[in-house]
Design a protein around this ligand. Structure first.
Ligand code: GLU
Length: 473
């Protein structure tokens, strides 16, 4: 079966499927769907060997219904205009779904970062930022980039430094980008936020016995077998927090091969092995999966695609053996694969919801930057002392001695505690809202899946914000 959709068409198909359940005017739906602005720019860089190379970069701002727009910047050879616009659209729906007050955006540079030295990457990133500044595609109230596939804290620090040097408003300039290193006005918990959000989302999705029963699974993450595709920032943190939640990560798949151990892999040891050898292949105590495609077809309870788009296709979907697909990447399932997997009764927890942890904590970072104070700084000590006094009073009055675990809970919250608590609440609330929508709209003729329910919620939120403008009836 040929996959006949571009990535942006796929996103729009999911949108249209959900829009049928709403009664908004067609013009309004068309306005929500369209990409408000996008820009392709090229610039030369001088490589270390003296040759000149033309670099292609993009930034798309999909929706200006809320400002700033928000979304990562990726470095990958697959970057093109359609991909960036599709990913920007997904950001719009993702932000609306988890009630983060941003429009969606995305940027990218078409390159394989492994082919460039650090100083070449720095020159490219700074020049890309300069282009964004010139075209008014960056600023704390305009458009705020973040890390994505192939970028991380270092690139964000370069972006900040370049923007800061040229910014007219130095006071708020640090809020021009998120995902920065802690020492450069970043926030505690941002690096692992997408992975942590995936696990909070999965915990909630797996918590109800009535939802797990049709899949033949018991409630809770404990003991569930998981295969993770991709071991970058999102894949690694998802695997790490799943292990902490007592799930069994039995397989990790990377582009040059995977590893498998049905008893479970020790994530930190896998990381150490990769640091020593440059790859996860050859990790002792695990079977090698020579062909990464075979890894997706392993028998497991939960499959987590945490790499790039279009990984689950009409070709491999009939052979997927997982009961749950947890979309940690953006757009990992093609429309044809989606149909096949849904028909096979596999539960797909959609990307727009499941990987929203990154942008949620980016929102916290942006707020921290605009308020110029670390969360918890004012109240932590006071809370610590009053909790401590309360505990002592209870112990004295009742003779009961608090255990170590109970004492752990009675400390003043620091920034990471607050970030994780805000993230957990966001993921739980969004999941419950999606589940409710699904229940509300499904009937004998229509089985509303979670992706459609997520889109319905996002459409409602964005439509409501346009309605406030009074342009639409
Ligand atoms: N790149 C991440 C995403 O796709 C994070 C975006 C952000 O933090 O702005 O959701």
């Amino acid at each position: 079966m040929a996959e006949s959709f571009s990535f942006f068409q796929k996103v729009n198909r999911d949108f249209d499927k959900a829009a049928q359940f709403t009664e908004y005017p067609r013009g309004l739906l068309a306005q929500i769907k369209i990409c408000n602005s996008s820009c392709h720019f090229t610039f030369p860089i001088k490589r270390d060997d003296g040759t000149i190379q033309t670099i292609h970069g993009w930034r798309a701002e999909h929706s200006h219904h809320k400002l700033p727009t928000k979304g990562g910047i990726r470095y990958s050879t697959l970057v093109n205009e359609d991909e960036i616009i599709a990913l920007a659209a997904l950001m719009t729906y993702k932000c609306a779904l988890v009630d983060v007050p941003f429009g969606g955006a995305k940027g990218g540079i078409q390159l394989d970062r492994r082919e460039y030295s650090d100083s070449e990457l720095e020159r490219i990133t700074r020049r890309y930022t300069y282009e964004l500044i010139q075209k008014n595609y960056i600023g704390p109230g305009v458009d705020v980039p973040a890390p994505d596939f192939g970028t991380g804290e270092t690139e964000m620090a370069w972006i900040l430094d370049t923007y800061f040097a040229m910014a007219p408003d130095k006071l708020n300039a640090i809020a021009c980008v998120t995902g920065k290193p802690i020492e450069q006005n970043g926030i505690h918990g941002r690096k692992g936020a997408t992975g942590r959000g995936v696990v909070f989302g999965l915990e909630e999705a797996c918590s109800l016995a009535e939802d797990m029963k049709p899949l033949g699974l018991s409630p809770g993450l404990e003991g569930k077998s998981v295969v993770v595709q991709g071991f970058g920032n999102v894949g690694y943190h998802t695997a790490k927090y799943l292990m902490e939640a007592d799930a069994r990560v039995i397989g990790i798949i990377e582009r040059n091969g995977g590893i498998y151990n049905p008893r479970g892999l020790d994530i930190e040891k896998v990381v150490m092995h990769r640091e020593e050898t440059g790859m996860i292949r050859g990790y002792p105590g695990a079977e090698l999966i020579e062909n990464p495609n075979d890894g997706l077809e392993l028998e497991c309870d939960i499959l987590v695609p945490a790499a790039l788009e279009n990984q689950l296709t009409a070709e491999n979907a009939p052979r997927i053996k997982a009961s749950i697909i947890a979309e940690a990447a953006n757009g990992p399932t093609t429309p044809d694969a989606d149909e096949i997997l849904q028909k096979r009764g596999i539960l797909i927890i959609p990307d727009t919801f499941l990987n929203a942890g990154g942008v949620t904590v980016s929102y916290f970072e942006w707020l921290r930057n605009l308020s110029h104070v670390q969360f918890g700084r004012l109240g932590k000590r006071f809370e610590d002392q009053s909790q401590h006094a309360m505990r002592r009073a209870v112990e004295k009055a009742t003779g009961y001695q608090f255990s170590e675990d109970e004492r752990e809970l009675t400390h003043g919250a620091d920034e990471e505690d607050l970030v994780n608590s805000g993230l957990q609440d966001t993921m739980i609330t969004a999941y419950q809202e999606i589940r409710e929508t699904r229940m509300q709209y499904r009937n004998d003729k229509n089985d509303v899946d979670y992706r459609t329910a997520a889109f319905i919620n996002a459409i409602h939120r964005i439509a409501q914000s346009y309605m406030q403008l009074g342009i639409f009836p």
